[in-house]
Design a protein around this ligand. Structure first.
Ligand SMILES: [Zn+2]
Length: 167
């Protein structure tokens, strides 16, 4: 079976603004999509890719912070502590980076690609990516957190991306 071809949706695509639905069970079809998403993420040199970014309105994402690919399904952040500032980019919003303040350490409940319930506590880049991708599942993007000057700086770029979606 060949992997489904995926296209990364860009800013302005309505898929990026909707709340995704919980996954009941990971079956062979979804698993094939997950593998394809991992490939797409690696090709794009990203560290995370959420299902709505490829037009699939379900609560899961893939990530790889340099320790091998991981699949997170139905994430629920149960604990947050500390605060850290780090610039974030997004595969759906090319050439835009926003200085983001987020909790430094999180605890998470989720399901893996084999439908096992998992728990994890993490910090650093992994915690960062998980929070960014979980935002995607709720239709939230880094530009929503932009400061006044950042908004000003990227106004033209975002308009341009939006216009492209309407073509
Ligand atoms: Zn993103």
């Amino acid at each position: 079976m060949s992997l489904p071809e995926l296209k990364i949706r860009l800013y302005g695509d309505p898929c990026l603004r909707k709340k995704c639905a919980a996954v009941k069970e990971v079956g062979p079809g979804v698993r094939a999509v997950m593998n394809s998403m991992i490939e797409t993420m690696h090709q794009a040199k990203g560290v995370g890719l959420a299902a709505p970014q490829v037009g699939i309105m379900e609560r899961f994402f893939v990530l790889d912070v340099g320790e091998g690919p991981m699949v997170i399904v139905n994430p629920k952040i149960t604990k947050r502590s500390g605060m850290a500032a780090l610039e974030e980019g997004c595969l759906s919003i090319p050439e835009v980076t926003i200085m983001m303040h987020r909790p430094e350490k999180i605890s998470l409940q989720y399901m893996d690609e084999d439908n096992r319930m998992m728990k994890m506590t993490c910090d650093g880049l992994l915690a960062r990516v998980i929070q960014h991708e979980t935002d995607h599942l709720n239709g939230k993007l880094i530009v929503d957190y932009a400061s006044g000057p950042e908004r000003e700086k990227y106004r033209g770029k975002l308009k341009e991306l939006e216009a492209k979606q309407k073509e």
